[in-house]
Design a protein around this ligand. Sequence first.
Ligand code: ADP
Ligand code: MG
Length: 326
Amino acid sequence: MGVSEFDIIRDYFTTLGCARDDVICGIGDDAALLQVPPDRELAVSLDTLVAGVHFPLDTPAAAIGHKALAVGLSDLAAMGAEPAWLTLGLTLPGVDPEWLAAFSGGMGALAREHRLQLVGGDTTRGPLSVTVQVHGLVPAGQAFLRSAAVPGDHIYVTGTLGDAGLALRALQESLPLAADMAATLRARLDSPTPRLREALGLRGLIHAAIDVSDGLCADLGHILNMSGVGATLWVDELPLSAALQSMMDDLGRDACLKLALGAGDDYELCFTSAPENHEQVRQRCAEIGCAVRQVGVIGAAPGLRCRRADGSAFQPGRRGYDHFEG
Ligand code: ADP
Ligand code: MG
């Protein structure tokens, strides 16, 4: 007897994440029924990961499950929304019980950590691809919009930048990395941490926000365009991991800065906040135990300028990744 689509759903997906009170009807009917509180807005975001494009073909199944959800949660963080539910569109080349158990395990662990429940989806056969739609709740009128940056705002980023980009280069070019650094970097590429704690902890202080999925210059560029403002980035203030710093001699300092400015897949949060909030931003981040660094300022003049500490201009090089470019 072959395994049916319904067997897969029953065995691996009916109880993924936690059981939430606001799910009136979950998996098993024609559609899920979900209770949105009257004072909340529903934030919805969908991302597709295609094997060989969004993750290397040798990525472990648990990491694929984690990453497919993490990229969606990163979008909710960038809106200031608290995660609630997810749906899953899964296209599989065949049925591999071990792969499915690891995949749903990786996704389930992250779903439980952030209190989401899987409430529906679709399962089809074809080349491996994973689509996750996340649903989050945000107090009415309080979402972080890309259009909300104003001249004078400080620009901040969480964590460190350029690690996922360096991990990809290390894979492609066999860079001379120490084993522990290589493992740390690979984890940054395979299992990004959505910055929800930071985003929700900073509610009320953030003007505009975006998650860094395509590279800081490209993503900050979206904030600038939608807010009708410009910015100066201080390249010598970019937060770089120990792994990226260890490659400065081999790759050159400028190449490392270009990774931090241009490489995608880090899923850090970039946000702006009024200058008078600076101390409060630092204090709240210290309280919730997360790293945040000011990397520049918003200005009225359009365009993005990158400057070194001595004031000279820095050319960031390529901007972002576009699936349909070239
Ligand atoms: P329909 O034919 O009405 O679209 P399906 O047979 O596709 O229903 O799905 C049956 C139920 O299982 C639905 O509630 C659907 O949301 C759910 N489901 C299907 N695939 C998945 C999946 N990969 N993850 C979670 N739920 C799923
Ligand atoms: Mg269906």
